[in-house]
Design a protein around this ligand. Structure first.
Ligand SMILES: C[S@@+](CC[C@H](N)C(=O)[O-])C[C@H]1O[C@@H](n2cnc3c(N)ncnc32)[C@H](O)[C@@H]1O
Length: 386
């Protein structure tokens, strides 16, 4: 069931770790700080770069800084840059800490809710023997202290509850009240345009986390059987409780997107939303091959990711790369350099059907770059048909 929205706009549903008034104030301080850093300080850094660093570099070397790494070395000593870095890192850690405290306070209720969700339409199929990929174990990704997969109680949902509220605060509400902007962006910005009127019978969402992007597919394609997989059990248990609260009949399963175990030709539509940047080169290639194997003739694969480096200027690339080194996102930069179109062809797709395009999305990144689509950001879509 959904109800009112929090004062900051997040839609309240039964599974949400709703902050107390005191917790909300502290969480919203982080939101305000993050927004200030993105909307005021990042553009200031760009101005400093363009008006002071570039002219000096041109005077000394006869050309502007060659790339994002040179820019990083030139910006690093600047006191404004150091303050920006310190505040961004600190705000990220503090955001998770505050939301975790709030989620822990409500843990008994959330565990009960998850246990009681088993009767709702849809399903949950966990595999305790599934190995968590090394790239998820190696760091606490984007400084999330639970990671996606760690468990602190029997049948735990903590990481899922943390993610649902944390993503909303992190994105400053830009993903919408249900954090579902990416799912809707792919549906409206790609599927409605390229396959209007299409009615896929079976849909698979890979790397679904708590199902933020999965639920929109149940709404746009109500006759379809919607499946969603992730390697992390706490995310899936929470996703199941959340989907039940929202009345969305999703079949969640703990499976690895690189080797799902579903039979060949099981799905008409295979999608993912910001999964690829949290994996590895090898896993991306395997996910593409698995997508190819899973599609029925006439089926469609769509992987939505953040924009690649070749769509932004070197200073924007430098600010994007900040997260790679400072926010525990080891694959955040590398994925933006991959030739995903060529990799899809290697995975088996007919090159004539493979393409990538940028679609509008609500989420803006801290690039300090003007010129993104009005009011929002852009997301890369890699698409191919079987
Ligand atoms: C950034 S989150 C995805 C967010 C979600 N798709 C959305 O749109 O809200 C990445 C998710 O991918 C999962 N993941 C990473 N590697 C995976 C793999 N090989 N197979 C399945 N899930 C994976 C992680 O556990 C995590 O929940």
């Amino acid at each position: 069931m959904t109800g009112a929205a929090l004062a900051d706009g997040q839609t309240v549903h039964d599974a949400l770790a709703v902050p107390t008034a005191e917790e909300a104030v502290r969480q919203n301080e982080i939101w305000t700080l993050k927004r200030k850093l993105a909307e005021e300080i990042a553009p200031e850094l760009r101005r400093h770069y363009e008006t002071e660093i570039v002219p000096r570099h041109v005077a000394e070397h006869g050309a502007p800084p060659a790339d994002r790494r040179v820019i990083a070395s030139l910006m690093a000593p600047d006191p404004r840059m150091r303050l920006f870095s310190a505040l961004r890192r600190r705000s990220q850690e503090q955001m998770w800490d505050l939301v975790l405290t709030s989620a822990n306070r409500q843990l008994d209720r959330l565990l009960d809710l998850a246990a009681g969700a088993s009767a709702a339409p849809g399903s949950l199929d966990l595999d305790p023997a599934l190995e968590i990929p090394r790239y998820l174990r190696a760091v606490d990704i984007h400084c999330m202290p639970t990671g996606y997969y760690r468990e602190f109680a029997p049948d735990d949902v903590t990481a899922g509850a943390l993610y649902d509220r944390g993503v909303y605060v992190y994105a400053g509400g830009q993903l919408g009240g249900l954090n579902d902007d990416k799912g809707w962006s792919v549906i409206r910005g790609y599927l409605d345009r390229h396959r209007p009127g299409w009615t896929p019978a079976r849909i698979l969402d890979m790397g679904c986390s708590v199902g933020h992007s999965t639920v929109p597919y149940t709404l746009r394609y109500p006759a379809a059987e919607v499946h969603a997989i992730d390697v992390a059990a706490p995310m899936l248990r929470y996703a199941r409780a959340r989907a039940a609260a929202l009345g969305a009949p999703v079949h969640f399963a703990q499976r690895d997107a690189t080797a799902t175990g579903y039979p060949d030709a099981s799905f008409d539509l295979v999608v993912s939303h910001i999964l690829l940047h949290e994996t590895s080169v090898k896993a991306v290639q395997q996910v593409l091959a698995e997508s190819y194997r899973l599609l029925r003739p006439g089926g469609l694969m769509i992987h939505a990711e953040y924009p690649p480096f070749d769509t932004m200027d070197p200073f924007a690339q430098f600010l994007v790369e900040w997260d790679t080194t400072n926010n525990n996102e080891p694959f955040w930069s590398k994925v933006r350099t991959l030739d995903l179109v060529a990799m899809a062809a290697t995975a088996g797709f007919d090159p004539a059907t493979v393409h990538r395009e940028l679609i509008p999305t609500g989420r803006r990144l801290t690039t300090g770059q003007s010129g993104s689509t009005s009011g929002g950001g852009r997301m890369q879509v890699l698409a191919a048909s079987r």
